[in-house]
Ligand binder design. Structure first.
Ligand code: C2E
Ligand code: CA
Ligand code: CA
Ligand code: CA
Length: 278
């Protein structure tokens, strides 16, 4: 039994070793990719349900590795645990603000850019400085930048996060809560934080037409949000049927494959011009 235990330990150590090596390899590939400009942003339109106007665009990062695009799920967790999300996040902020300037001329009204923030960026790295420098460097008006954070980010490290958020909203940027409904937060608390938008998580939207529980949850979120003067945006809208339901429920905005997948910048420009023409 003692031997078996020792063997298990050894196997476990080896597995850990392989994993650590894999991490190191990924980390060095990541840094090289960042230096060589091999990360790209794709942009997914956010539309007003009432009239189909594009109000915003969410920036979503991809890693371009040769001919393939590596999705964020495959590198964001490693970037967070290693701290590499700080330099990546700064690049995303700068690039998103720069691109947001490029598409304003494609549409007859201003289009906000939404950028995802990780909890790690609040803990490490000077987030306020990074945001201010991305705005100054690009010349983008602060009210055209929306920062998306999750309820989990608010839950932990509350005091530091709160003061950073206060300073960020003093810069004039907009705040949105991502994946809303999957974590814990009180709406009154969000109101105090000068949050503008609640992004209702895709998991409630997917079966909206078939699952009465989901429909009730979404209705309740929209109603409460509006009482607090918060905007609501439904994520993961994949059909006209779901879009119609959301419109009936009074949801303000929608985002999802039904309207558009996340697009490379050139295709986003074409999309905005088409939307405007139509
Ligand atoms: P998220 O912020 O919740 O982004 C929405 C995800 O849902 C995106 O996946 C988007 O492509 C996908 N999506 C949009 N519409 C639909 C739809 O109708 N149906 C379905 N099934 N999916 C839809 P993506 O681009 O793979 O990003 C995954 C996650 O990676 C994001 O979730 C976000 O948490 C993270 N992420 C992406 N870019 C960044 C970034 O620049 N910084 C940080 N910290 N995280 C990022
Ligand atoms: Ca928005
Ligand atoms: Ca998001
Ligand atoms: Ca989300």
């Amino acid at each position: 039994a003692k031997d078996a235990g020792r063997n298990t330990c050894r196997l476990f150590d080896e597995a850990m070793h392989v994993e650590a090596q894999e991490m190191l390899r990924l980390r060095s590939q990541f840094l090289t990719a960042l230096e060589q400009g091999r990360f790209v942003l794709h942009f997914q339109p956010q539309l007003r349900l009432g009239d189909g106007r594009v109000l915003g665009v969410e920036a979503l990062v991809r890693w371009q590795d040769g001919d393939s695009l590596i999705p964020p799920a495959q590198f964001i967790p490693m970037a967070e645990s290693s701290g590499l999300i700080v330099p990546l996040g700064e690049w995303v902020l700068h690039e998103a603000c720069r691109q947001a300037m490029s598409w304003q001329s494609c549409y007859d009204s201003p289009v906000v850019v939404a950028v995802n923030l990780s909890a790690v960026q609040f803990k490490r790295g000077n987030l306020e400085q990074a945001v201010a420098s991305a705005l100054a460097g690009s010349g983008l008006a602060p009210q055209l930048l929306e920062l998306e954070l999750t309820e989990t980010t608010l839950l932990h490290q509350t005091e530091a996060v709160l003061s950073t958020l206060r300073r960020l909203s003093q810069l004039g940027v907009r705040l949105a809560i991502d994946d809303f409904g999957t974590g814990y937060s009180s709406l009154a608390y969000l109101k105090r934080l000068a949050v503008n938008t609640l992004k209702i998580d895709q998991s409630f939207i997917r079966n909206l037409s078939g699952d009465p529980d989901d429909a009730n949850i979404v209705c309740a979120i929209i109603e409460m949000a509006h009482k607090l003067q918060l905007q609501t945006l439904a994520e993961g809208v994949e059909s006209a049927q779901i879009a119609d339901l959301l419109r009936q429920m009074g949801c303000d905005q929608a985002q999802g494959y039904y309207y558009s997948r996340p697009l490379p910048i050139a295709q986003l420009h074409a999309y905005l011009r088409r939307q405007q023409a139509g």
